[in-house]
Design a protein around this ligand. Structure first.
Ligand code: ARG
Length: 474
């Protein structure tokens, strides 16, 4: 009896030797799967109540088990639950502690249940909660983008392709471009969560149990739609963590691209933005420097999340059904990716909210009349000139301007009209960036009215997401 017996594994019956400490250390997971504790306890409480309902426990036994599990929940929340790596994982640790509280009755909790369906259930419950928190963080960043877009609708900057100045647009249109990408990320997270609908509990080790469990009851008690339809799949499947990792990998790629822009824009070469002092760092050697470490780290950490997805895909790909111990390797990459994405969202929301935009530098860059070369060609297209021909003519105008070292907007009306009668126009008016932006008023374009409509749409989407999260969180 006493402490020696306490650390005996729940499966020790057929073994003549204790587990070697080398294997014990190697296989322990409690230092990370402790994060499953609240869900493990919720699953056990649902299971105990169902066992009592089904007459597999007396109702008095059921109540004692539930009270013991609730006590463990309070101990865990207070940081007072002692976790022993020799007991391998969180499930065995909880079982051991329950034994200390309720005595041999604890041995009845495992009726008709295996750690295989238990860990699969815990993991799905953890994922459902994690997705709500991630969507909450994502909502904060989306709100920041929309808020800035609302304020910066009249800030004009060049848009880029190939990192070359391309055409002028509104800064609001740029912020809303990131908003669109992040809204699809939100959709992917919501979608991933909607597929976590079936409870593995009651699948047993792999093929159910001869005992009369009520799987519908435990599934509903835990917030699932119903029990998983196939016991083998229930304990073997890990596509829920894979799907979340895939959604997070795409999210991190989007965050990384936004970060890369902040790094570029914050450089002296661009000078489009300045990070707030509270969200930049200095150099230990060069006193003049103000570095964008936050966005750089988000860019760097995206690699880590992609690595977690890749790692788990590779871990799973060769595994036969159903449970294999390799699958214990699902948790660390998942937990790390969720923490990394949540931290990145928080960092970027604050960084963006406090960012100083240098609208003068943006406007100067956008005033380059070359950015309106396409507009010139389109003016000829309106006079029925085939676009390819118009393109060629503008090419010649650009070469002419180059030769005479004259900016496009300084060419005279006569010179322009000489290239084509449709170009008999007032250059000072034609080469204004605002005119060009307002002329691009088609759906999805940067004209003010279109951006205002996009902002309206975004604001109502955000309200809808907020209401959805409030509903699902309760
Ligand atoms: N720690 C294990 C895991 O995370 C729990 C399930 C163990 N099951 C087993 N038969 N050894 O996957």
């Amino acid at each position: 009896m006493g402490s020696r017996k306490d650390t005996r594994a729940p499966w020790a019956g057929r073994f003549r030797k204790e587990t070697d400490p080398v294997l014990q250390r190697f296989s322990a997971s409690v230092h990370f799967d402790r994060r499953l504790a609240p869900h493990d306890l919720a699953g056990s409480i649902a299971h105990a109540q169902m066992l009592a309902q089904q007459g597999l426990l007396t109702s008095e036994e059921g109540e004692r088990l539930v009270a013991g599990l609730e006590q463990i929940g309070r101990e865990f929340a207070a940081g007072e639950l002692e976790l022993d790596p020799a007991l391998e994982d969180i499930h065995t640790n909880v079982e051991r502690r329950l034994g200390e509280i309720v005595g041999p009755l604890a041995g009845k909790l495992h009726t008709g249940r295996s750690r295989n369906d238990q860990v699969a259930t815990d993991l799905l419950l953890w994922i459902r909660a994690a997705i709500l928190e991630l969507r909450e963080g994502l909502l904060g960043l989306r709100e920041t983008l929309v808020e800035r877009a609302g304020r910066e609708i009249d800030v004009i900057l060049p848009g880029y392709t190939h990192l070359q100045r391309a055409q002028p647009m509104r800064l609001a249109h740029h912020w809303l471009a990131h908003y669109e990408a992040l809204s699809r990320d939100d959709g992917r997270l919501a979608d991933a969560r909607s597929r976590v609908r079936h409870s593995p509990l009651g699948a047993g080790a792999l093929a159910g149990t001869t005992l009369p469990l009520d799987r519908d009851q435990t599934a509903r008690a835990l917030g699932f739609e119903g029990p998983s339809p196939n016991s083998l799949d229930a304990v073997a499947a890990r596509d829920a963590p894979l799907e979340l990792l895939a959604a997070l990998s795409i999210l991190m790629v989007n965050l990384s691209r936004l970060s890369e822009e902040l790094v570029l824009w914050n450089s002296s070469e661009f000078g489009f933005v300045e990070l707030d002092d509270a969200f930049a760092t200095g150099s230990s050697l060069m006193p003049q420097k103000k570095n964008p470490d936050g966005p750089e780290l988000v860019r760097g950490k995206s690699g880590r999340v992609i690595g977690s997805l890749t790692g788990l895909l590779v871990t799973l790909k060769g595994l036969p059904l159903s449970y294999n111990r390799d699958m214990q390797e699902d948790k660390e990459p998942l937990f790390d990716a969720v923490d990394t994405a949540a931290g990145s969202l928080e960092l970027l929301a604050s960084t963006l909210a406090s960012l100083r935009v240098r609208d003068d530098a943006m406007a100067r860059a956008a005033a380059d009349p070359m950015l309106l070369a396409t507009d010139l060609a389109e003016r000829m297209v309106q006079a029925r000139v085939p676009f390819r021909e118009a393109h060629e003519i503008v090419g010649r105008i650009v070469a002419h301007a180059d030769e005479h070292k004259t900016p496009l907007d300084r060419l005279s009306r006569e010179v322009l009209g000489g290239f084509h009668p449709a170009l008999d126009l007032d250059p000072a008016e034609f080469f204004r960036a605002e005119r060009s932006i307002e002329a691009r008023s088609l759906v999805g374009g940067p004209a003010r009215a279109r951006v205002e409509a996009a902002l309206e749409q975004a604001r109502s989407d955000l309200v809808r997401t907020r209401a959805e999260l409030d509903r699902q969180g309760t």
